[in-house]
Design a protein. Sequence first.
Lengths: 505, 179
Amino acid sequence: MTTGLTGTDLLALSPFITLTGVILVLMMAIAFARHLGLTCLIAALGLLVTLANILWVAIFVDPQLVTPLIIVDPYALLFSGLIVIASFFICLLAYNYHQQRGGHQEEFTLLLLLATLGGVTLAHSAHFGSFILGLELLGISLYAMISYPTQGLLSLEAALKYLILSGVSSAFILFGIAFLFATTGTLSFAEMADANINPTAVQGGVQGGVQGSVQGSESLRLYMLIGGSMILAGVGFKLSLVPFHMWTPDVYEGAPAPTTAFLATVSKGGIFAVLLRFFVSVDGYQYQTILDGLFWVALLSIFLGNLLAVMQSNIKRLLAYSSIAHLGYLMVAFLAAAEIGGRQLAIEASLVFLIAYFTTTVGAFGVVCIMSRKLAARDTDQLPDYEGLFWNRPLLAAFFAAMLLSLAGIPLTLGFIGKFYIFAVAVDSELWALLVAVIIGSAIGLFYYLRVIFTMTKRSSVTEGIAIPKAGGWSLVAVTLILIGLGVYPAPVIEWVSAIARTIS
Amino acid sequence: MLEYGLFYIAATVALISSLLAITRYNVSHALIYLIVSLLASAVIFYVLGAPFAAALEVLIYAGAIMVLFVFVIMMLNLGATGDVQAHLLLRPRMWLFPALLCLVLFAEIVYVLLSSERLLSGMVVTPKTVGIALFGPWVLAVEIASMLLLAGLVGAYHLGRRYLKDSREGATSSPEAAP
């Protein structure tokens, strides 16, 4: 075990090495010449190189475990690819967002890359050590990114809320991990799965009446249950699922728009990746109590998220509540994986849904980024600020409308494919209550997404003089093309994701 | 059996001081109890056979907290009120109980060191083992942790800088900030 890294290990790790190299180059570049354009150019190119590297590893390097900490397999590479693409677009949007703000805006890009590295680490983690490190790398970069701008106290308030709640949730996760470690004596997911098999074998014997030997394994199961629940509570905070969602609207509102886009996509995607991997490899689905809890979490997330979104007049808060609801939909797919038979389809569904969610969320917050380029106390996020956008900036309004329709799950967009998958797995696994919740939630969702679109069609001069910058504009074009292109012709992605789901389930 | 006793004594001290740390109204008292709590966990590490982790706990946590404490007092620059605070801190009522808890821990450590038989339970983890683990299977964790520190450093630098700039340009930026 104490052997160092071999050549193949280094090849498998090359996306990490590239990304870290880009971070170091960027740091030196900032140290020598502060230039926002140059910084963002290096970061964007670096992210593209990392993406190419991930593709290369996915094609040419066999899946393997590199040290006990990092696993390199198609599932992890899919997630890190998604994360890197999202960061690439957010980097371009952040460039435009910061352009007119003056001051030292270069560190934002550096923090963005560091947080991306955290997300990639999460996607690749096969061990609680790398899980916690990735989580904290993501979290610490995000604290600074949320409180980054020089635009009043709102962002500081948001950062403080995120700092405290994220700290509490990390503490919950660590406590839960301690329980699991005390029970199984290992931190690696694979070894924990081995240790977890024995209690189930004995569990069958409980009915048989083998009381004496069962006593120990029963308490073992209890410890696993406590630990698992604590980890889920902590992860629920980070994913902003309902009983733990309080921070979401405030933080989304206070954070600068590019950070919000990042927080909503990379942070949640990375954590979901590790949650799903952990649950599938350890078979957390055997604990009925946890499934019952997650059922209520999903149901409440869908209902509360959608209902509270109806009352918002602030785009960022609206998107925050809508993301709570979307994570609720995602948990439906997560729960559907409980049955061994439906697991592959459920994993496929959650991956497709996440791809749709990433694309749509980056696009929607991208529009907010472009609208909020002026240096002001807060971002342009009030609903009336968007009046007349269809008449004054038809293209931007069309992009935004496409994103909102995709969030609502209208056909021809990627969002429809994602939601269709959620329906399909809910039917497949016979989760009828959740299916009804998803349908009602989508109906409510349609109402508030359309309200935003109607606001944009009002005749008004509020939105005159909004300039569409090049970098952000083209990235929105690209995101919209992906959204509609894959919405119309999703077959290649579905085939690819399906193959990946087969490897993990 | 004895090592369990040692563990439970240290654990009780840790629990009491942690509870007091989160219930004290005065920040300085809370910090003192926090230090006691950290020292108690260091003793637990030592009794469990990890002297290196125990040393790090004392050096980094207890030491760093101490330094942080002093820094905050210095930076707040309380002046006359600070002197009053300092005098209040020096009253026996304030330090007697933490000192008592520390004394328990100290007695425990002295007892462990003086007793001839091996009281430490479990496998003893030497600094060499820690080093080999860090450069063996955990080498990637070390690398990621270094990036974590970089993120903290960059973030702290940026936020600290901005604070100064704001206070200078406060007159121009604050009317905008207030809606």
